[in-house]
Design a protein around this ligand. Structure first.
Ligand SMILES: Nc1nc2c(ncn2[C@@H]2O[C@H](COP(=O)(O)OP(=O)(O)OP(=O)(O)O)[C@@H](O)[C@H]2O)c(=O)[nH]1
Ligand SMILES: [Mg+2]
Length: 321
């Protein structure tokens, strides 16, 4: 039977989480998002942590078990709601197979607005975004002409958040490297910090599925950044983040020119230098499921050259009034 065009069939989303745990390990319960942290730090993958957060415990267990059977993680009985107006910015370039699944996955866990920033993806990702936006007012789409880089995509997202009075803005990749069930944990952790980073390099965090070269590159970039900037942040290149919008509004965003990994390094450093609290929460980062990586040697070179310059440049930076 064919589905009517106006009601697209939800695609099955299988999120492989080959974490350090064996499959079939029992669910673990956390009363709230803060209680998840020590569990993840002790080595438990958040894909088997049920965050009760006001749900009926038995119903939460049943929903999580069902979600995991479907490959969708520990789905709550209904999406969590943050006490702040929140926008999740998802930049996309050629993510046609990931876009609808990631949007639906986000909404399963967090009732939030989402902004897709698409750079004229040749594979038609932008048209999919428009179709989804027409069906749900929580989804917004920004179309840009041609691939302009991750940095400017996020800056456009930040400006959108500032102009529209959001209180929190998150960064998240479209490719399922960032677990959708970790998103509410990041947002709730922003109670105590103007920047929350989903970190691979604090206790309990890790990368899954990367080859030796990729691990070395990421580790090397972070070691280099830590040595030169000494900002106290362990995962400087992470792209899974939650910012306080009023804090971003105080930074001089027009001075940020970095694009790839360097953009993440620069934003984190600017937040630290401006005196804002930064908190890292451990996550398991899983290599992309579908589609091609946009990481290349240019991205690495940009970071290599920019980091030493940041020290002096951002040190002189003044906060906007
Ligand atoms: N709008 C826009 N999005 C981009 C651009 N480059 C990458 N993206 C998106 O940014 C997110 C992160 O890019 P990835 O290709 O996953 O880069 P990465 O995470 O560094 O590399 P992998 O780990 O190999 O996936 C994805 O959602 C991409 O589609 C760009 O130039 N413009
Ligand atoms: Mg990625």
């Amino acid at each position: 039977m064919t589905q009517p065009a106006s009601e697209p069939q939800e695609k099955p989303v299988l999120i492989p989480r080959p974490g350090p745990h064996a499959p079939g390990e029992p669910l673990v319960f956390a009363a709230d998002f803060a209680a998840v942290e020590p569990l993840v730090r002790s080595g438990i993958d958040s894909d088997r942590i049920v965050v009760v957060n006001g749900q009926d415990t038995n119903a939460a267990r049943a929903a999580a078990e069902r979600g995991r059977e479907l490959g969708q993680g520990p789905v709550p009985t209904r999406a969590h709601k943050a006490p702040w107006r929140t926008l999740v910015v998802v930049p996309t370039y050629n993510e046609k197979d990931n876009l609808e699944p990631i949007v639906r996955a986000i909404w399963r866990y967090l009732d939030t607005d989402i902004l897709i920033v698409d750079d004229g993806s040749p594979d038609g990702t932008g048209a999919i975004a428009d179709r989804l936006a027409a069906a749900d007012p929580r989804l917004h789409v920004l179309h840009r002409q041609g691939k302009q880089g991750l940095g400017t995509a996020y800056l456009a997202g930040f400006r959108f958040a500032i102009e529209r009075g959001y209180e929190r803005v998150c960064e998240m990749d479209a490719d399922f490297s960032h677990a959708p069930w970790d998103l509410p944990r990041l947002v709730f952790a922003s109670r105590d910090a103007a920047l929350v980073i989903g970190s691979r390099y604090v206790q309990g965090g890790c990368t899954v599925g990367w080859d030796f070269k990729r691990r070395l590159l990421s580790r090397g970039a972070n070691l280099y950044t830590r040595l030169i900037l000494s900002s106290g942040i362990r995962d400087n290149t992470a792209g899974f983040r939650c910012f306080h919008v009023p804090a971003l509004a105080k930074l001089d965003l027009s001075a940020v020119h970095a694009q790839g990994y360097a953009f993440q390094i620069e934003m984190a450093f600017r937040m630290v230098r401006a005196g804002f609290a930064v908190k890292e929460v451990p996550i398991h980062f899983v290599d992309r499921r579908v589609g091609k990586s946009k990481m290349d040697s240019r991205v690495a070179r940009e970071a290599l050259l920019l980091v030493p310059k940041l020290r002096g440049r951002v040190g002189k930076q003044r906060l906007a009034d």
